[in-house]
Design a protein around this ligand. Structure first.
Ligand code: 87F
Length: 905
């Protein structure tokens, strides 16, 4: 394979040669001819100087490289869908250039890379902006075409691009994760020539890209398995039957809300409208597809033409460049332009109904839910030119944008914002098994820090760390029936080793009660062996079927689980409360997240135990509550089952009283959701892997060499104070890039050092959580920063507490309950409780019914992790006064306590 790393010349010819070689790398040299005019403008920068951007007109550079990029993209068959979309190519080259142009230190950057490379450049004899653009093009083209590049080329690109974060920036520009970075299809093939849809598209000469991917049953799976770049969208598809009005295939953007009531209205259906999900058999009969495989392209299978295709107007908004939908099979997708989708339908004689749908999502406080579809302007006959404003679509790169920023605002789309934050801050990488995520060092360090804190605390309670096996036999797991009941579907089993079946399947631990307690039975003989207090740091697996979310709900997660045995109930209860108090402090003092501690109701407690206590957090961004951690009094249930007996002081045999308590990596997700903002992560100092970052502002006068002693002295002072600090002296990045990078990663304090600071023996301190800027004397800076970190920690907690308290309301009558939930509140109500457990289920169902009715929806997915129904969160320890004669808000029976309700995760 050609390596385009040494074209030592400064002429236009050399750049042409380089681009040709580049074409060779991606295997298209035969099919491409470079228009010399295109190249000429591309090399107008003349790759002579190190700093082409400062010496030449960057507009022509962009134009030239856009031209080259287009030529390449057009010629790479796999890039064919760039073909019809030259504007997009132009945009990403522009953006790529903007990334570089925004770097006012191209010169130093180039010099440093050059010396590192020994002139191993891609274009010309010195590293220039051209190299960077070409590297980006190469990265994208090679990824898209699936070409593996040689080590040398990769090394060269890596050096040219500085580091992987610029490659990622390139990825943001348009690396087609759908086709290349997602997992390879588990069962699919890459040859789609026999696929009926592909055949049809080819017959119609409609350019498309069809690619295999991990089998994805639902649109949620697709969003996770096949993330798409800005400007591209998957579709969500629903096949409806209405007895009176017939069959409807509805295809919308994933975030759009399919509200049947409003849909019927918008379609002008009269009389009784009852749109119901059509059966699997009907789906096969009418559209020739199985569940999970339907998409707008399958409408061509409807020979009788008795299915109405309803399309989301948002699919045709200006910012949608490509629509991805299944070609009759859900381990593949076909991407075509919106215009080509219309052409395909027209060729097939299908006239779609194009309707404006609202965006799925919950109403923000004070705002009505935006989820009612309306007939489109096009349908109302108002003409085509007026495209609807697409509120919640991903932004595409605009000129001057670095595309290193978050693409979603927290208020706009909370789930997408969260995903943006955890990826851009380098906390999470996605993995090819649904519900499993990679914890990158930035987030793992937080878990490390938590472990250090927690170990220190439990040591004071005489709890010892231990480690038990990962696997558990079926007999053991099922020994305590109440314990596994209800959890059984979540247990993952190992059934094979190599090719052979295991004699008996073994489970992967979902929790360790049944793994540990037989050993407890051995270890505990006499009252002298008590209390026994152990803690385990480990991973556990629970095969969830609800929408997975990194940290909050993953199939494998990390936790600590504490298990203790005591001689008396009273002692065990003290332990339960001590563990819960640690959890409260972990949230409030370490993560700066306020929580409500309390008892779980009988319905919500751990069935294997006697009583469950919990700390409940609130996430203002979604208006939902989340269980933070639980501490259980297990009573003697497990003791009886596992013979955990001891001789008491009188020589009598007694059953031990036990506790178990757990805190998981979910807490990290809660912290991100509570504190993050539109720039990215905002970290409370106590959990921040880095608490202060020193960024020098380099200039001709103030070189790295000059600033080094000054910054290193500050660093030493910070470290001497025990502050986790770093001096960012990477020469390939300019200060602006570094500010953005560390802000996204949530570092609480940035210390800027510029020429004026050096002159005045000071430093500028910028606080992440509120953006405040202050000048501090260098003398005593370490001590001042230590105080500052404490006050940041406190201020972040206060802010989160205020946001939570504003959404904690008391309601005494049913009529106010659902409206309060709709306003994203946690709701405290008087409660009959005790033996009147059925009322809890009643509230859940009734609140679901009323909430759905208020939204004009018929039902919700039974497996949704974010139901609109209310749940009891806890009976708070701290109870408001309950006047004599107060009635339960639901049953009207005498109230015995206040209970906290909310929609929860
Ligand atoms: C899933 C599958 C099987 C939760 C499960 O909360 C069993 C279980 O027992 C299960 N999910 N639980 C309850 C866990 C109880 C308890 N264990 C120790 C904790 C804290 C740590």
């Amino acid at each position: 394979m050609a390596i385009v790393n040494r074209v030592v010349s400064t002429s236009q010819e050399s750049a042409t040669a380089a681009l040709k070689a580049l074409a060779g790398v991606v295997g298209i040299s035969d099919s491409i001819t470079f228009n010399s005019d295109d190249v000429a403008s591309g090399v107008e920068m003349k790759v002579t100087a190190k700093n082409s951007f400062t010496n030449t007109d960057s507009t022509s550079t962009v134009a030239g490289f856009t031209a080259c990029a287009k030529a390449i993209c057009k010629a790479v068959p796999e890039c064919s869908f760039w073909g019809p979309d030259e504007a997009a190519v132009e945009k990403w080259v522009e953006s790529a250039s903007a990334v570089i142009a925004s770097d006012d230190k191209v010169e130093e950057f180039a010099a440093s890379v050059e010396s590192a490379l020994g002139s191993g450049c891609l274009v010309g004899d010195s590293v220039s902006a051209a190299d960077i653009v070409v590297s980006i093009i190469l990265a994208i083209a090679a990824t898209r075409s699936g070409t593996s590049l040689s080590e040398a080329t990769l090394k060269c690109m890596d050096l040219v691009l500085g580091n992987s974060s610029i490659v990622e920036a390139a990825g943001k520009i348009d690396v087609p994760s759908a086709a290349s970075t997602s997992a390879p299809a588990e069962s699919g093939s890459d040859d789609f020539s026999m696929n009926d849809i592909v055949k049809k598209l080819n017959e119609m000469s409609i350019s498309h890209k069809t690619y295999a991917h991990t089998l994805s049953m639902k649109v949620e799976d697709l969003l996770e398995n096949v993330p798409l770049p800005a400007g591209e969208t998957h579709t969500k598809n629903v096949f409806f039957k209405d007895k009176k009005h017939g069959l409807f295939l509805v295809s919308v953007k994933p975030e759009s809300d399919v509200n049947t009531k409003a849909l019927g209205k918008a379609l002008g259906l009269t009389g009784k409208v009852n749109l119901r999900l059509a059966s699997e058999d009907l789906l096969m009969e009418k559209l020739g597809v199985k569940t999970g495989c339907v998409g707008p392209l399958s409408i061509v299978n409807n020979a009788e033409k008795d299915v109405t295709l309803v399309l989301d107007e948002a699919l045709f908004a200006d910012d949608v460049k490509l629509i991805h939908s299944h070609p009759l099979t859900n381990d593949a997708s076909t991407a075509i332009t919106p215009a080509d989708l219309k052409k395909y339908l027209a060729n097939a004689g299908v006239e779609p109904n194009i309707i404006e749908f609202g965006v799925k999502g919950e109403a923000l406080p004070g705002k009505a839910p935006a989820n009612r579809p309306r007939a489109s302007k096009e349908q109302k006959g108002q003409g085509k030119g007026q495209q609807p404003k697409s509120k919640n679509n991903k932004k595409t790169a605009e000129k001057g944008q670095t595309l290193l920023a978050l693409q979603w605002k927290k208020e706009e789309n909370f789930a997408m914002w969260y995903s943006d934050v955890i990826v851009l801050s380098e906390m999470i990488s996605y993995y090819d098994i649904s519900g499993c995520y990679i914890l990158r060092p930035w987030s793992y360090k937080m878990w490390d820090l938590f472990q250090v804190w927690f170990n220190g605390e439990i040591e004071q309670l005489d709890v010892e760390n231990t480690y038990f096996p990962l696997f558990v036999s079926q007999d053991r797991l099922e020994k305590e029936k109440d314990h596994v009941e209800g959890f059984a579907p979540e247990v993952a089993w190992v059934t094979k080793s190599g090719d052979g079946e295991l004699a008996k399947p073994i489970a992967v631990r979902p929790t360790s009660e049944t793994i540990m307690y037989p050993a407890f039975s051995d270890w505990i003989r006499s009252h002298r062996d008590l209390p026994l207090k152990v803690n385990q740091w480990s991973n556990v697996v629970r095969w969830e079927f609800k929408d997975p979310t990194p940290f909050l709900r993953s199939r494998e997660f990390l936790w600590q689980e504490g298990h203790t045995a005591h001689a008396t109930y009273e002692e065990s209860n003290v332990m339960v409360m001590q563990a819960l108090e640690l959890y409260r402090r972990a949230y409030e003092e370490v993560l700066a997240v306020p929580v409500v501690p309390g008892y779980k109701t009988e319905k919500e407690k751990f069935a294997g135990g006697h009583q469950t206590t919990t700390v409940e957090a609130y996430i203002a961004g979604s208006g939902r509550a989340i269980q933070g951690a639980t501490s259980h009094n297990l009573g003697q249930n497990f003791g009886k089952m596992f013979d955990i007996n001891f001789q008491d002081k009188n020589g009598e045999t007694q059953i031990a009283w036990q506790t178990s308590w757990g805190f998981t990596t979910r807490s990290i997700g809660v912290m991100v959701m509570v504190h993050g903002d539109d720039t990215g992560l905002v970290l409370p100092p106590r959990i921040a892997p880095l608490q202060a970052i020193i960024v020098p502002i380099i200039s001709k006068k103030m070189t790295y060499e000059v600033v080094k002693p000054y910054c290193e002295a500050i660093l030493a002072d910070l470290k001497a104070q025990g502050i986790r600090a770093k001096y960012d002296d990477r020469e390939m990045y300019n200060p602006g890039w570094k500010y953005n990078h560390w802000e996204q990663k949530g570092v609480p304090i940035r210390i800027e050092v510029g020429p004026r600071d050096m002159e005045n023996n000071q430093a500028r301190v910028v606080t992440r959580h509120n953006g405040e800027k202050e000048d501090f004397a260098v003398e005593g800076l370490g001590a001042a920063m230590k105080d500052k970190l404490d006050s940041i920690q406190q201020a972040m907690f206060e802010k989160a507490k205020k946001a939570r308290d504003e959404h904690l309301v008391q309601v005494t009558e049913w009529k106010d309950f659902v409206p309060s939930l709709e306003n994203n509140n946690l709701v405290l109500t008087p409660w009959c409780g005790g033996e009147h457990q059925d009322w809890e289920e009643w509230v859940k169902e009734k609140s679901r019914e009323e909430s759905l009715a208020a939204r004009g929806q018929d039902g919700e997915d039974a497996k949704t992790a974010t139901s609109v129904a209310a749940k009891t969160l806890c009976i708070p320890f701290k109870q408001p006064e309950l006047p004599e004669g107060t009635k339960c808000f639901a049953s009207g029976l005498p109230a015995t306590c206040w209970v906290l309700w909310g929609r929860s995760y």
